[in-house]
Write a protein that binds this ligand. Structure first.
Ligand code: F6P
Length: 368
């Protein structure tokens, strides 16, 4: 029987996603109701690892008033980071070279110093991999799955995804009228990292003619031929939705940055595709990169609700004595799955799933 819970901590890690504040609110209210104290850690774990960098402390008490009126707000009141994982923390050695070091033991000590007995970690695969290590080192930890990319395994959906999709679809709707008026090709690049969930779902909902996703390497000659064929049939414009991680059959992923201690940054594929399609089709082409706009804004009702459900379920899991598990949506239930299982692989789009079949039945080209 483990010691009773007295003080829990909350951390948000990785890229922000609409719904983070709703989870925080649900955790704080549910935990205070049980007589537990709640501390917020700033910027992932930086508040614990680099406390000197914070004027007002790297860790602060989350009281009822701190979480009033935040359910509908994008971002995270705790701050976040997708740089400097405590498992691969970048430090400069004597020669000026960046080396990655494991600071998880230091982190465990810091939790002890603050009298924190349990942690709720809200994040994507990177944050949950850290949380899993902390759980193995003896801290009571519950994970909450977050990402606009929807690439976390063992949960039907992550919060943030629905909001990103709704906005991407609205942008595609708006681009139809300008593309139509100018008889142009519009190439729209969306986030999603190594998974095509945002591109596929928004692309179908926003009536794209072409969707390019990482799971299906594309051939731009085939895309150009498809676009010219559409033109012959009377369609004078087209919308091409491209996932940032899309890869040409003959090429590699478009990467902006890859450095020690930092996640690989993807981007630029939209520009490249637009230039090539303009040349191959002779049609005037423009590119729009939705990028971080997809991470902002107020969470949809769906995202708010699952975020609130996940937060309350995480507190119930701690109360039940669980640790090393992630809350997961398995409609109509929220269940607990081992974090270890959730981080084994990324959830990517199965090429034969019914959404893909729907897209193909609608005549959408994937360039394959
Ligand atoms: O994982 C969320 C995400 O928004 C990805 O879709 C994207 O590749 C990445 O984060 C961008 O991160 P950054 O905030 O470092 O630009």
């Amino acid at each position: 029987m483990s010691a009773p819970i007295k003080r829990i901590a909350l951390s948000t890690g990785g890229g922000d996603a609409p719904g983070l504040n709703a989870v925080i609110r649900a955790v704080v209210i549910s935990a205070l109701k049980r007589g537990w104290e709640v501390l917020g850690i700033r910027d992932g774990y930086n508040g614990l690892l680099e406390p000197g960098a914070y004027k007002n402390g790297g860790v602060f008490t989350l009281a009822r008033e701190n979480v009033r009126g935040i359910t509908h707000l994008g971002g995270t009141i705790l701050g976040t980071t997708n740089r400097g994982s405590p498992l691969r923390y970048p430090i400069k050695d004597a020669t000026g070279r960046i080396r990655e070091v494991d600071r998880s033991d230091e982190l465990i000590e810091a939790f002890g110093r603050y009298g924190i007995d349990s942690l709720i970690s809200i994040g994507g695969d990177g944050s949950l991999a850290i949380a899993n290590v902390l759980a193995k080192k003896g801290l009571r930890v519950i994970g909450v799955p977050k990402t606009i990319d929807n690439d976390l395994d063992k949960t039907v959906i992550t919060f943030g995804f629905d909001t990103a999709l709704a906005f991407a679809t609205e942008c595609l709707d708006r681009l139809h009228t300008t593309a139509d008026s100018h008889h142009r090709l519009m190439v729209v690049e969306v986030m999603g990292r190594y998974a095509g969930w945002i591109a596929l779902n928004a692309g179908i909902s926003g009536a794209s003619d072409v969707i390019l996703i990482p799971e299906i390497p594309y051939d731009l000659d085939k895309v150009a031929a498809d676009l010219l064929d559409r033109e012959k049939k009377g369609r004078k414009y087209a919308i091409v939705t491209v996932a940032e991680g899309a890869i040409a059959k003959s090429g590699s992923r478009s990467v902006i940055e890859k450095e020690a201690g930092k996640a690989e940054r993807l981007g630029g594929v939209g520009e490249k595709i637009a230039a090539q399609l303009q040349e191959k089709t002779g049609k005037e082409t423009r590119v729009v990169v939705l990028g971080h706009l997809l991470r902002g804004g107020s969470p949809t009702t769906f995202d708010r609700l699952i975020a609130l459900r996940f937060g309350a379920a995480a507190v119930r899991a701690l109360e039940e004595g669980q640790s090393g598990v992630m809350v997961a949506l398995d409609p109509p239930h929220v269940r607990y799955v081992p974090m270890e299982d959730a981080i084994q692989r990324l959830k990517t789009v199965p090429p034969n799933c019914d959404t893909m079949l729907t897209a193909r039945d609608l005549g959408i080209c994937f360039g394959d």
